[in-house]
Design a protein around this ligand. Structure first.
Ligand SMILES: Nc1nc2c(c(=O)[nH]1)N[C@H]1C(S)=C(S)[C@@H](COP(=O)(O)O)O[C@H]1N2
Ligand SMILES: [Mo]
Length: 319
C-alpha cells in the first residue's frame, strides 16, 4: 500500500472536482469492481486506504424515514469535505492516513459547572450509542443519505451542566499541521481552527447528534474521527469534524465560513430551498451517485421537528 503524502504546495483551494466527472468515474469503479459482492463489503480497499471492512448486516435494508436508500459506504467515505486534508472531494480519503484519532481528549469550558479535559470514552457511554439515518445536504447542492452512529449532543450537555449564561455552544476542530496536510498550506486555506456553533436550543434538540461512526463502524479519519457534529436540518458545513473543544458561551460564535465569506454563509445555515446562495440555487440537489436533481426540502425534511425553534425569525436575513 502506498500512501501519497502531498506537499503543501499541492493543495489548491481553487481546485474542485466537477461533479459530472466524479459521477462518471464512480460508475466505472462500481461496474469494474463491485460485481455481485457490492453490498456486503465496504470496498474501501478500492480507494487504496485500508483493508475492506464488513458492513454490518443490519444496514442491508435500512432506509431513511422517507424510504430513501442509503448511500454506499464507499460514497460516504470517499467524497468528503475536510479542508484540513485538502480541498478536493477525494483528498480527505487520500491524505488523512497520518491522522491519529486515538486517544482523544475533549476540552469543555466556558459557562459550565463541570469544565475539564474529558477522555472521549467518558463523554459517550456505549449504552447511548445508536444508528441514525440522516441526510447530509451540502451548500454545493449534492446530498447523501448516511447511517450515522453516535449519541445525542443533549446527553453530553446534560452531563457537563451549563449555567444560565450559556446561550450558545461553540466547537473547534483540532489543529495538528504535522498530521493534517491542509493545515500546512500557505497561504492558509482557512483560518484554523475550524469553528462552528449552535444556539443552545438547537444543541439540545433531540435530532442533534455527536457522531463517532458511520455504518456502525468508527468514523474513518476523512469523516471526522473520532467525534463530529451532525445537525441534519442544517447545511453540511455545520458538521464540524474531529472536535477537540466544546465551549459554552454567551455570544453567538463566529463560525469559519462566516469569517471566510459572510455574504454567503451565516450562523444558522438552515437548509432552505427559498433562500438562494449568491452563486447557485438551493432549491434542488443531487443525491450522490444519481444524475437527476430532486427538490430540496425545507429544513432538509426535518421541518416538523425543528421549525418551532425559528418562529418569528426572518429566515431570509438569518441565513
Ligand atoms: N474541520 C472541518 N469540518 C468540516 C469541514 C472541514 O473542511 N473541516 N467541511 C464541512 C463540510 S462543507 C461538509 S459538507 C461536511 C462533510 O462531511 P462528510 O465529509 O463526512 O460527508 O463536513 C463539514 N465539516
Ligand atoms: Mo459542505
Amino acid at each position: 500500500m502506498i500512501i501519497r503524502i502531498p506537499k503543501a504546495s499541492d493543495v489548491k483551494s481553487s481546485e474542485i472536482t466537477p461533479e459530472n466527472v466524479y459521477v462518471n468515474r464512480r460508475k466505472f469503479i462500481r461496474g469494474a469492481a463491485a460485481g455481485a459482492a457490492g453490498l456486503a463489503f465496504a470496498p474501501s480497499a478500492l480507494a487504496g486506504m485500508e483493508p475492506a471492512q464488513e458492513v454490518p448486516a443490519r444496514f442491508a435494508s435500512m432506509t431513511s424515514e422517507l424510504d430513501e436508500p442509503l448511500n454506499s459506504y464507499e460514497d460516504v467515505t470517499t467524497y468528503n469535505n475536510y479542508y484540513e486534508f485538502g480541498t478536493r472531494k477525494e483528498d480527505p480519503a487520500r491524505n488523512s492516513a497520518p491522522f491519529r484519532p486515538k486517544p482523544w481528549t475533549v476540552t469543555i469550558d466556558g459557562h459550565v459547572n463541570k469544565p475539564g479535559d474529558y477522555a472521549l470514552e467518558d463523554l459517550a457511554s456505549p449504552s447511548q450509542m445508536e444508528d441514525r439515518v440522516y441526510r447530509l445536504r451540502c451548500v454545493e447542492a449534492w446530498s447523501m443519505v448516511i447511517p450515522w452512529y453516535g449519541f445525542p449532543l443533549a446527553d453530553l450537555i446534560n452531563k457537563v451542566e451549563p449555567t444560565g449564561n450559556a446561550k450558545f455552544v461553540r466547537m473547534e476542530t483540532v489543529v495538528r499541521p504535522e498530521q493534517m496536510v491542509g493545515q500546512r498550506a500557505y497561504p492558509p486555506i482557512l483560518d484554523w481552527p475550524y469553528v462552528e456553533g449552535l444556539r443552545m436550543d438547537e444543541a439540545m434538540n433531540p435530532l442533534t447528534l455527536l457522531a463517532t461512526g458511520v455504518y456502525g463502524m468508527d468514523l474513518p479519519n476523512q469523516n471526522g474521527a473520532p467525534l463530529r457534529l451532525v445537525t441534519p436540518w442544517k447545511y453540511g458545513f455545520k458538521g464540524v469534524k474531529s472536535i477537540t473543544r466544546i465551549s459554552f458561551v454567551e455570544d453567538m460564535p463566529v463560525n469559519t465560513w462566516q469569517v471566510q465569506n459572510s455574504r454567503e454563509y451565516g450562523f444558522f445555515a438552515n437548509v432552505n430551498p427559498e433562500v438562494q446562495h449568491p452563486r447557485w440555487t438551493q432549491s434542488r440537489e443531487r443525491r450522490l451517485g444519481r444524475l437527476r436533481r430532486i427538490p430540496t426540502m425545507m429544513f432538509n425534511g426535518y421541518a416538523e421537528e425543528v421549525q418551532s425553534m425559528y418562529a418569528g425569525m426572518d429566515l431570509t436575513r438569518w441565513i
